[in-house]
Design a protein around this ligand. Structure first.
Ligand code: AMP
Length: 217
């Protein structure tokens, strides 16, 4: 079973590609952003700690996120089906915490996939992103609109815009990525794990490249 980290700036398509890969192969998709949004909705203690950071586009403290990931990695489905970590790690410290969590669960990282997308496109993708309240399907009013405005094609749920997808917060998230997450590129390159994949085309084309890349590893 293969285990991957999907790395890249917000809007690079990590979540979309991870969803497609999970649908096709059964690999487990762990998104720390999704887990945090669930915890905030549920009003849990970690959710309450995370809210302010998420709303401001800042990183939630490492120990809060690491505890969630470590716990989730211990479930049997990860050992059985492999895992894509989407949005984790986001700091070098988190990468060290991940090493420890993988080791504790006798898991090994096979590759770190870096999705490369120019900043203009990231901004356009994020500010036009809409998500289904009911099933979580992701749309884009510019590049991948639903057939009926504001309504999910899959389940007819209502679409909404993430509050941290406003232009101001997106700019902060991109800055945080450059400052705190981009150092992971060199970190994983030095370990011989980094694989670069272009993410600037439309969904199906990006996924085709990703599939071929993973098959060739
Ligand atoms: P995402 O859905 O991956 O764009 O994440 C949304 C927000 O959740 C981020 O802007 C952060 O505030 C928080 N977050 C997600 N993953 C992490 C992480 N690994 N470390 C710290 N904060 C995170």
């Amino acid at each position: 079973m293969a285990n991957y980290v999907f790395l890249g700036p917000p809007g690079a398509g990590k979540g979309t590609m991870a969803d497609l890969l999970a649908d096709e192969t059964g690999i487990v998709h762990i998104s720390t952003g999704d887990i945090l949004r669930q915890e905030m909705k549920a009003g849990s203690e970690p959710g309450a700690r995370a809210r302010q950071y998420v709303d401001e586009g800042k990183l939630v403290p490492d120990e809060v996120v690491a505890a969630m990931v470590t716990q989730r990695l211990g479930h049997d489905d990860v050992a059985d089906s492999g895992v894509v970590l989407d949005g984790y790690p986001r700091t070098v410290n988190q990468a060290h915490l991940l090493d420890r969590a993988l080791k504790e669960n006798s898991l090994r990282l096979d590759a770190v996939i870096l999705f490369e997308v120019g900043e203009d496109l990231l901004l356009r993708r994020l500010t036009a992103r809409r998500i289904c309240r009911n099933c979580g399907a992701v749309y884009n009013t510019m590049f991948d609109p639903p057939s009926r405005e504001g309504v999910c094609d899959r389940c007819e749920g209502q679409l909404y815009q993430r509050s941290d997808d406003s232009e101001e917060t997106v700019r902060e998230r991109l800055k945080v990525y450059q400052d705190q997450t981009a150092p992971l590129i060199e970190f994983y390159q030095n370990r011989g794990l980094l694989v670069r994949v272009p993410g600037d085309r439309e969904k199906a084309a990006n996924f085709a490249v990703l599939r071929n890349t993973l098959e060739d590893l």
